[in-house]
Design a protein around this ligand. Structure first.
Ligand code: ARG
Length: 468
């Protein structure tokens, strides 16, 4: 029998890889994270080999108990990962073969190419589920805050200039919409991951009588009716990295939402706004300035969001020029998705912790929203109700604003006489539009910030999040 320079593929080589090459090409330091999925895949594959008569039941049983032993060792941190076996797959195969001779048959009708594709699909299914879970926790916290601060009005901004009154609740509910779309995106990625590539071999399947449906069923790649879902082209199955991109993209978009939320909160807790006070537990101080309390949790979330963009970009550029099918470049695909997953997980939890301890400064909010000029559009609407064309109404109110500004007074301080000079319809109870509470009540259509609508939205969310 020929001696092997490398345990798994050394047959046609006269020397093993240089140390430098080993250090360069190993991925086990990263992909050992897939070990539990790889063991699951090994079990399903060996069960299938037995099912079709390619190995005996005794061999399958020996392989399974060998895998259980390895799994325990890994959990206890006792498994010896070796860079010379390159990756998680070969480490497990080698350890298994050392204990169970029948494991020399485990790679029958299988390649690491379909194996890694399968492992990662299992990883992504569980990663999506855990992102969805965290997103829902954050959504619940946002909902609670929305309920608590539904009557706290603040200015809404465009161009970062005070525009029209909204409420803290309406602002937070806006983020809930975004995050709920993120939930939907992770659900789609999960669904797309739920297809089994095993049996695609290196790129062209196998001549052996394997049963792909059997493996898919074993691994839970089934539809709602329990029907196995299989990839339909062996070349696509081993070369496809769409899911990686989809997952990284869902993470990056969710990161963008968190980052925008972070930015609003950072503004709100500044001395200039002071709408909110952040919990000490999620802030840090300055090593030099004793008075400082910095919103570091939020700034870090904003920073992590760019890292999530980077991961997505890395995957896009990694795949765009690759010929079919597998190329070793693809080994670089795991770090970005692991990193995106980990970073988004912690960002969601940190955002949740920061929000949960947030205090609202009602006086500052009331002061910020008190300028009646925020209801200038309401005055234009008043004129529209009086039969004035909106463009003319806009112009008239604009002129009124200018007069008030020049006089250094707020708009409702302008006398009736002066107002009537600007537009004859600015008469009667035109100043009644500046009653903030009433102005908010008028905003009652679907999606608007009025209290009746907010109440409706909150109960809609309670149902969506199965809280009532
Ligand atoms: N560690 C490898 C990766 O993730 C597994 C596939 C290796 N395939 C190969 N033909 N060398 O890309």
């Amino acid at each position: 029998m020929a001696t092997h320079s490398q345990a798994t593929w050394g047959g046609r080589f006269s020397t093993g890889p240089a140390d430098l090459m080993l250090a360069f090409s190993e991925s086990v330091s990263i992909d050992r994270r897939l070990a539990s999925f790889d063991i699951q895949v090994n079990k399903a594959h060996s069960s299938m080999l037995c099912h079709v008569g390619l190995i005996t039941e005794a061999e399958r049983n020996a392989i399974h108990s060998g895998l259980d032993g390895i799994s325990r060792q890994i959990e206890l941190g006792k498994f010896k990962w070796q860079a010379r076996f390159e990756d998680v797959h070969m480490n497990i195969e080698q350890a298994l073969t050392a204990k169970v001779p029948a494991a020399a048959k485990i790679q029958t009708a299988r390649s690491r190419n379909d194996q890694v594709a399968t492992d990662v699909r299992l990883f992504l299914k569980s990663a999506c589920a855990s992102q969805i879970e965290r997103l829902k926790i954050l959504l619940r916290t946002l909902l609670e805050l929305s309920g608590e601060f539904s009557a706290v009005f603040i200015p809404g901004y465009t161009h970062l200039q005070r525009a029209q009154p909204v409420s803290i609740a309406h602002h937070l509910l806006a983020y809930m919409e975004m995050l709920y779309r993120d939930v939907g995106r992770f659900e789609v990625v999960l669904e797309n991951a739920n297809v089994c590539p095993l049996g695609s071999g290196a790129l062209a399947g196998s001549t052996l009588p394997i049963d792909r449906e059997f493996v898919a069923r074993e691994l839970g790649f089934v539809d709602a009716k329990g029907k196995p879902r299989l990839t339909q082209n062996s070349m696509d199955a081993v070369a496809d990295r769409d899911l990686f991109v989809e997952f990284a993209s869902a993470c990056s978009l969710c990161g963008i939402h968190l980052s925008r939320m972070a930015e609003d909160l950072i503004l709100w807790c500044s001395q200039e706004f002071k709408f909110i006070e952040l919990p000490d537990a999620f802030c840090t101080g300055s090593s030099l300035m004793p008075q400082k309390k910095n919103p570091d949790s939020l700034e870090l979330i904003r920073g992590k969001a760019s890292r999530l963009q980077g991961n997505l970009q890395a995957l896009n550029t990694m795949t765009k020029g690759l010929p079919l099918t597998y190329n070793r470049d693809l080994q670089e695909d795991k770090e970005p998705i692991f990193d995106s997953h980990d970073q988004l997980c912690i960002c969601l939890s940190v955002m949740d912790g920061t929000l949960a301890g947030l205090m609202v400064n009602r006086e500052r909010c009331a002061a910020a929203v008190s300028d009646p000029v925020l209801l200038a559009t309401d005055l234009a609407d008043f004129l529209v109700q009086e039969g004035v064309a909106f463009r003319d109404a806009h112009h008239a109110v604009g002129a009124l604003v200018q007069i008030a500004e020049k006089a250094g007074v707020t708009i409702e301080k302008i006398s009736d006489k002066e107002a009537a000079k600007i537009h004859p319809k600015l008469s009667g109870d035109w100043k009644s539009v500046f009653n903030l509470k009433k102005a908010m009540e008028r905003r009652k259509g679907v999606g608007m910030p009025g209290p009746a609508q907010i109440k409706r939205q909150i109960s809609r969310w309670r149902k969506l999040l199965v809280l009532s």
